[in-house]
Design a protein around this ligand. Structure first.
Ligand code: ADE
Length: 254
């Protein structure tokens, strides 16, 4: 056992959705090692009326249902207490919504600095605006498309964060070359056999020449990013050598 590194509290109307993804592989091991504690809370358990209602019709009319504020607020208060810490000590209370700021590797990395995160999964047409204005401290979207709720986005965020935490992946350097870690897509990978169905592994990778391997990988990462996601190059952290490699790649195209 190691000291707890992060506590994650997820608030949802469908806690059973989390059983599969959190019970397998790396997330499971991270929980078993004590590095991560994930608690999934059923918002319905905090409904105040006889029928355990968690949604209601919108004021002003129109279709669809809106998630009521009380069950969400009560659930969050049950975790944080009625007088939660404020300022930099306060754990972020994040609403998953297609209207939030876009989730990226940089956002994942920034979130790993907190000891606790609260993730609220929205459903139906949305969540009562007072939850957004007075309870939530951050709103995140995992992409410009609309899902049936915030559950899968919460799983995506938990997964991206947990794998960045110290000791969760066996190799401490495992995340440094990740696609998006430095703003580029990652270089291609190969393993044995050296020739498969007539397709050989690039010779340089078999050479044992580490500096050349590193240079080849950087060039291939730049090549991939330039071909597939040229938008990333504008924001990537590029050295003088990278810019020279990019110029060579441009010449190769001509
Ligand atoms: N809920 C529905 N769609 C979503 C998205 N794209 N990101 C976060 N939460 C959502």
């Amino acid at each position: 056992m190691v000291g707890i590194v992060m506590r994650l509290d997820v608030f949802t109307l469908f806690p059973e959705m989390f059983n599969g993804p959190f019970d397998a592989s790396i997330i499971r091991r991270a929980c078993e090692s004590g590095r991560v504690v994930i608690n999934v809370h059923n918002i319905r358990d905090y409904a105040t009326d006889r029928h355990k209602m968690t949604d209601d019709t919108p004021y002003g009319g129109g279709g669809g249902m809106v998630m009521k504020p009380e069950p969400i607020w009560n659930a969050v208060e049950a975790v944080l207490g009625a007088d939660p810490p404020r300022g930099s000590q306060a754990p972020p209370i994040i609403l998953l919504t297609p209207q939030g700021r876009l989730f990226t590797q940089a956002v994942a990395r920034a979130l790993t600095t907190h000891e606790q995160l609260l993730l609220i999964c929205g459903r139906y047409e949305g969540v009562d605006e007072r939850v957004r204005q007075h309870l939530v401290t951050d709103e995140i979207s995992i992409g410009d498309y609309v899902l049936t709720g915030g559950e899968i986005p919460a799983m995506v965020i938990v997964d991206a964060i947990v794998r960045l935490m110290p000791g969760v992946l066996g190799d401490p350097g495992a995340t440094t070359d990740d696609s998006h870690a430095s703003g580029l897509l990652e270089y291609p990978h190969y393993t044995r056999p050296a020739v498969y169905r007539g397709h050989p592994v690039p010779q340089v990778l078999l050479s044992g020449h580490h500096a050349e391997v590193d240079r080849w990988r950087r060039r291939e990462a730049l090549r991939r990013t330039r071909r597939r996601r040229p938008d990333l190059l504008d924001r990537a952290d590029l050295s003088q050598a990278d810019r020279e490699l990019l110029r060579q790649l441009e010449n190769e195209d001509e």
